[in-house]
Write a protein that binds this ligand. Structure first.
Ligand SMILES: [Zn+2]
Length: 326
């Protein structure tokens, strides 16, 4: 019998495989998240459920970023852990708030590094929800928008290169865009957490950012994991409101959604490889059950293949340091 198709012809050597590779991962694709603590500049505490990740005071953050930039880090996203929380999350939009201070310090030292500011209230509210809560315990949409807009402006003033609202309130992208423009930040892009699911994979993050809701859950604002059409509506709304980059979160369990968003919209697409994805890989690797680096690289290339242009990943810094990505 004559075999016409021989797929193996193009797989015969590493160089040939490299030449026909369809998807590539580079340092410019990756964004490293950091958790910055207000209480003490020299604070450094490992996050138990995320081995290799830390809560960092300002000095420790700068030391950590220094090493990463040496290794080729291009971009990071900051999450703040304030010394004090209150029901209105005022640390989020205080010009002297911890993330604003961290942005100023990082940008002063590395002006070319792209600093993304996560824009939300949950790390700053005493109740741990992403918006204002009514006396009956309901997360209030419209009154929250003004606070998110103020947060975005405070972050942009501090020097943030990209504003990334993660709250999932309706109308937040429009409110933030308007506030940024009114304050002269016409050229500051918005990367919206456009399609953000109410996911159990966020568990370890809530330890890291100390942002677990004190009551209830986030299902009245984050999306039902069963829904894909709704994801397209959410993304379309953010496009209409002026988003510049659309994010899907989590990553690997939602490859179908990344592909849908990629095929439906022409904006850059970001995927967030979330804490639970990170911790699963770390835990299995610690047990000796998987090859950590190989699985990490495969998971990231899968996100790119599905259509993500950018990936937020806790593995970024380690991959760069080990020279696995340039
Ligand atoms: Zn939040």
């Amino acid at each position: 019998m004559h075999i016409f198709h021989r797929g193996r012809r193009l797989r015969s050597s590493p160089t040939l495989r490299d030449m026909v590779r369809e998807t590539r991962l580079t340092a410019a694709d990756l964004i490293q998240p950091y958790f910055v603590v207000e209480s003490d500049p020299d604070f450094r505490k490992p996050i138990a459920s995320m081995p290799g990740q830390f809560q960092l005071g300002l000095h420790q953050l700068l030391a950590e970023v220094d090493g990463a930039v040496e290794s080729g880090l291009k971009s990071l996203i900051l999450f703040g852990i304030p010394a004090e929380k209150d029901p209105a999350g005022s640390g989020a939009y205080d010009d002297a708030g911890i993330v604003q201070e961290a942005i100023r310090r990082v940008k002063a030292k590395w002006p070319d590094l792209i600093v993304v500011a996560d824009t939300c209230l949950c790390e700053y509210t005493s109740h741990g929800h992403c918006g204002l809560v009514s006396p009956s315990g309901e997360v209030q949409n419209d009154p929250t928008l003004d606070l998110l807009a103020r947060t975005a402006v405070a972050q942009a003033k501090a020097g943030a290169d990209i504003i990334a609202p993660s709250d999932m309130m309706d109308g937040r992208v429009a409110a933030i865009r308007q506030a940024l423009d009114e304050n002269g930040f016409l050229n500051t892009p918005i990367m919206s957490y456009a399609v953000k699911y109410a996911s159990a994979y966020y568990g370890p993050f809530r330890d890291a950012a100390e942002s677990a809701p004190k009551f209830g859950n986030r299902k009245t604002y984050q999306m039902d994991p069963a829904n894909w059409r709704e994801g397209l509506r959410e993304a379309a709304a953010d496009v209409d409101e002026g988003a510049d980059i659309l994010m899907v979160k989590p990553g690997l369990p939602y490859l179908d959604i990344i592909r849908l968003v990629r095929d439906t919209f022409d904006l850059p697409v970001a995927a967030y490889q979330v804490s639970g994805e990170y911790s699963q890989i770390k835990a299995a690797a610690q047990l000796g059950w998987i090859d950590e680096t190989a699985v990490v690289l495969e998971s990231l290339i899968a996100l790119k293949r599905a259509g993500a242009d950018l990936i937020l990943s806790y593995f970024t810094q380690d991959l760069l340091k080990a020279g696995h990505i340039r």
